[in-house]
Design a protein around this ligand. Sequence first.
Ligand code: NAP
Length: 246
Amino acid sequence: MRTTVLILGGTTEARELAELLVDEPDTRIVTSYAGRTASPRTPPGDIRTGGFGGPDGLREWLTAHAPAILVDATHPFAQTISASAAAVPEVPRLRLVRPGWTEQAGDRWHRVPTLDAAAAALPAHGDRAFVTTGRQRLDAFTALGLPLLLVRCVEPPGGSLPPNVRLLLDRGPYTVESERALLDRNGIDVVVAKDSGGDATRAKLDAARERGIPVILVDRPIQPAVPTVDTPAAAAARVRELLSAP
Ligand code: NAP
């Protein structure tokens, strides 16, 4: 019988982990998606899609499939699913989360604790904003009535958007050259971002530094304390250890 490994996904790291583990003998890798993205870049192995129904639903899935380990490789800002994963003590758990970004000389970062705090801080730093924090709480930014909000997200936000919003549907990775050109073309004077970490979307920060543009950076939420690694390789090593344990 094959041993199941459940990866809670939606990130590059989750996909890379599935790639690293998929050829493990007698092992079934299942990556779980929330189902928010119409065409996610799917990893090898099995895929399941859609919420579990909170911690109770997740517990039911775990009982039915009896995975050897649950790896929470969701985005650092995905709080609800990580809370669910931390609340099921019956299965060994591991969290895979990429490190946050660190400030460099020349950066003009203003760290804030929440999206609402980012919106509150925004008018003091600029009025042509590049907002890269996703679809959630977009209303907090549109309510400011700034001359321009260039909003970039993977999926379109629901509802109608006011005329000061320029919507850009796109998904990384991005280069510094393309980000610099985007800032210049739109006359951007402030960037709003989450401290997502990783290489795929950090180019906007490098481009902002080059242009001397301030960045309002939303800090990561506090997540439950579970054993944590910060690379797919480290997570794969830990999973292999567990799979080979007698
Ligand atoms: P969230 O607030 O933690 O999750 C909302 C609900 O979506 C959860 O309660 C859960 O439903 C379901 N869900 C989330 N991730 C799931 C997964 N991997 N498998 C099955 N169900 C999942 O998360 P979010 O911030 O909306 O993000 C949703 C997904 O997008 C996450 O998987 C995350 O990795 C990915 N993502 C998020 C961000 C971000 O900035 N937040 C950025 C890039 C990718 P039930 O409670 O019914 O189980």
